[in-house]
Design a binder for this molecule. Structure first.
Ligand code: 13P
Length: 357
C-alpha cells in the first residue's frame, strides 16, 4: 500500500467532506475556468481578460447572499484559491462563511495524445502530491480532474485507457493528501451520434475508470463522480426527452457505479440551463443509491454573466440570476422542479465544439 496516511483517517476526512457536499438539495458551483477559458467568458460580454475583471466576477459569484442554501461546494481555479474579493476578504473565507466547501481544479489541461485518432490526454500528475498538500493548507478540501473522451474521434482504446489511468492516479494521490477527488471523464457532446452510442461509450469509459481506480487502491467511499449525462450528440437530429436521458443515465450508473460511491455530481456540458435542470430533476423522481446532483459551470453561470455584463450597477441582478439557477437545481436534486416561468434565454443551448477548461 503506497498511502502514507492510515486508511481509516483518510476515510474519516473524506466522509465529513462528502456528507457536506452531498447533502440534500445542494450541489456544486463549478467556477474553475482556467484563465484562458475565463478570458473567453469575459470576452463574450466585452470585457478584457485581466486579473481585476476575473476577480470582480468571482467576487460576485461567491458573495451571493444565501448561496450556501443551495450550493455545498465550489470548484476554484488555482488563482482563485489564493485570491481575495474586491473588498480584500479571502475568497476561501467567504465560501466557508457561506457553508460552502472550497475545492480546487488540479489537472493541467488537455494536450494531443500521440498515436491516437486526434484525441487528447490530460496532464497534471507530475508534482501533484506537493501541489495538493499546498492546496489543502490553503483551505481546499476536494479536488477535480477533468479529462475528455470524444465519440466522433473513436474513442480509441488507447484514449479511454489513458483517461482512466490518469483519473485513477489522480484520485489515489488526492485521497492520500486529504482531498476528496471528483472523478470527471467528460464524454463530449460533440457529434451526430444517437443516445444509444453515447450509452455504449459511457459504459466502456466507466468500466475502465473503475477498473483502474481499483488497481490503484482508490477508496470508492471517498470519491465523487462528475459524469456527463447520457444524451444524443449535440448535432444529432433525434433529441431525447428528460425522461429518456434519465432512463439511460440511471441505467448506466446502476450498471457501473458501486453504491459505496456517495455522490454523482453531473456536469452540464453545453446543455441549456433549463435542459440541465430538467434532466437532473427527471433523475430524482425515485430513490437512488447515490446522491444525484449537479456540478455545473455554464448551466449555473450563463445568465448571471450576461446579466452582469461587467457593470457594477448590475451586480445585484446578476447575483439574483445565479441564485435563481441554484434554487432551480436544488429543487431538481429533490425531484421537485418545474420549468414554469423560466426565461427563454435560460432555454438556449451553450454547446461549443471542443470546449476546454
Ligand atoms: P460545465 O457544466 O460548463 O460543462 O462545466 C463542467 C466542468 O467540468 C466545470 O468544472
Amino acid at each position: 500500500m503506497s498511502s502514507s496516511r492510515p486508511r481509516y483517517m483518510l476515510l474519516l476526512l473524506c466522509t465529513h467532506v462528502q456528507k457536506t457536499i452531498a447533502s440534500p438539495g445542494r450541489g456544486i458551483l463549478a467556477m474553475d475556468e482556467s484563465n484562458a477559458t475565463c478570458g473567453k467568458r469575459l470576452d463574450s460580454i466585452g470585457l478584457e481578460n485581466t486579473e481585476a475583471n476575473r476577480q470582480a466576477f468571482r467576487t460576485l459569484l461567491v458573495s451571493v447572499p444565501g448561496l450556501g442554501n443551495h450550493i455545498s461546494g465550489a470548484i476554484l481555479f488555482e488563482e482563485t484559491l489564493y485570491q481575495s474579493t474586491v473588498d480584500g476578504k479571502k475568497i476561501v473565507d467567504i465560501l466557508v462563511e457561506q457553508g460552502i466547501v472550497p475545492g480546487i481544479k488540479v489537472d493541467k489541461g488537455l494536450v494531443p495524445l500521440t498515436g491516437s485518432n486526434d484525441e487528447s490526454w490530460c496532464q497534471g500528475l507530475d508534482g501533484l502530491a506537493s501541489r495538493e498538500a499546498a492546496y489543502y493548507q490553503q483551505g481546499a478540501r476536494f479536488a477535480k480532474w477533468r479529462t475528455v473522451v470524444s465519440i466522433p474521434n473513436g474513442p480509441s482504446e488507447l484514449a479511454v485507457k489513458e483517461a482512466a489511468w490518469g483519473l485513477a492516479r489522480y484520485a489515489a494521490i488526492s485521497q492520500d493528501n486529504g482531498l476528496v477527488p471528483i472523478v470527471e471523464p467528460e464524454i463530449l457532446l460533440d457529434g451526430e451520434h444517437g443516445i444509444e452510442r453515447t450509452f455504449e461509450v459511457a459504459q466502456k469509459v466507466w468500466a475502465e475508470t473503475f477498473y483502474q481506480m481499483a488497481q490503484n487502491n482508490v477508496m470508492f467511499e471517498g470519491i465523487l463522480l462528475k459524469p456527463s449525462m447520457v444524451t444524443p450528440g449535440a448535432e444529432c437530429k433525434d433529441r431525447a426527452t428528460p425522461e429518456q436521458v434519465a432512463d439511460y443515465t440511471l441505467k448506466l450508473l446502476s450498471r457501473r457505479v458501486p453504491p459505496a460511491v456517495p455522490g454523482i455530481m453531473f456536469l452540464s456540458g453545453g446543455q441549456s440551463e433549463v435542459e440541465a435542470t430538467l434532466n437532473l430533476n427527471a433523475m430524482n423522481q425515485g430513490p437512488n443509491p447515490w446522491h444525484v446532483s449537479f456540478s455545473y459551470a455554464r448551466a449555473l453561470q450563463n445568465t448571471c454573466l450576461k446579466t452582469w455584463g461587467g457593470r457594477p450597477e448590475n451586480v445585484k441582478a446578476a447575483q439574483e440570476a445565479l441564485l435563481l439557477r441554484a434554487k432551480a437545481n436544488s429543487l431538481a436534486q429533490l425531484g421537485k422542479y418545474t420549468s414554469d416561468g423560466e426565461a427563454a434565454e435560460a432555454k438556449e443551448g451553450m454547446f461549443v465544439k471542443n470546449y476546454s477548461y
